[in-house]
Ligand binder design. Structure first.
Ligand code: 5RP
Length: 233
């Protein structure tokens, strides 16, 4: 591993740890998806094991999160059982200065938006590479669609000024399939000037389940940075 990628891993660990430290005993915790959140899940598990944290239940946002939560012995529940979430921790692919996000790099944004937006406090864990002046500058916008709607939704996204492509899996052997059994269209927009309107407009297209714009959902952004060769939050 190169020194830069080593430091990126350490940044993710530090930011995950800082988020896990914010979880209080006797709470319902939304557990996001992705490599940064994975460290938060690990540290929540560590705090439970050490006795520093007691009586929490997690609500996962993906199969990946569920596997990790079980690995670290975090008790799980569902939104059928609990009527509130105290805190949610999740990663992001882009964060703008207004704390709006693009998510869905792991194709989990539908469940993530459900859980993150219900949380009394939603903490985003990112490294500094994710900070952008304007959403859409570095990352494509993920849109989850039911399989039969792929072509009509792509055509509509083109009319909206986007360049859509169906997300393919490893070695392009087939499309990525979400935990809901749907597909993901990634869209390049030259400039996302009004994320709130675009979020609603895309979600209004028949066949779209959810898109990766998270507008006004995040409460706190924890950013991992490298300063003087050290990873800090
Ligand atoms: C998954 C997500 C992830 O939170 C996002 O892709 C960030 O992941 P990572 O921490 O691995 O960079 O939105 O759908």
């Amino acid at each position: 591993m190169s020194v830069t990628s080593d430091l990126t891993v350490i940044m993710k660990q530090e930011v995950g740890k800082a988020a896990a430290a914010k979880v209080k005993s006797d709470s319902v915790v939304g557990l996001g998806t992705g490599s940064t959140t994975a460290y938060a899940i690990e540290y929540i598990g560590e705090r439970l094991r050490s006795g520093d944290l007691k009586n929490i239940v997690g609500i996962t946002t993906s199969f990946q999160g569920e596997v990790l939560a079980r690995k670290y012995n975090i008790p799980l529940t569902t939104l059928d059982v609990v009527d509130h979430i105290d805190i949610a921790i999740d990663g992001a692919d882009e964060v703008d200065p207004q704390k709006n996000l693009i998510k869905g790099g792991g194709a989990a944004h539908t469940q993530e938006k459900l859980v993150d937006s219900l949380a009394a406090q939603f903490i985003v864990v990112v490294d500094s590479n994710k900070l952008v002046d304007k959403l859409g500058s570095t990352f494509l916008l993920p849109v989850e669609v039911i399989p039969k709607a792929v072509m009509p939704v792509m055509r509509r996204l083109e009319q909206l000024g986007g360049k859509p492509e169906l997300r393919m899996g490893i070695r392009k052997a087939g499309p990525v399939v979400t935990d809901q059994g749907n597909l993901v269209i990634d869209v390049k927009f030259d400039s996302i000037d009004d994320p709130a309107t675009l979020e609603m407009t895309i979600n209004n297209i028949p066949g779209v389940l959810e898109n990766g714009l998270f507008v006004g959902v995040a409460d706190l952004i924890l950013v991992g940075e490298i300063i003087d060769g050290k990873a800090v939050v």
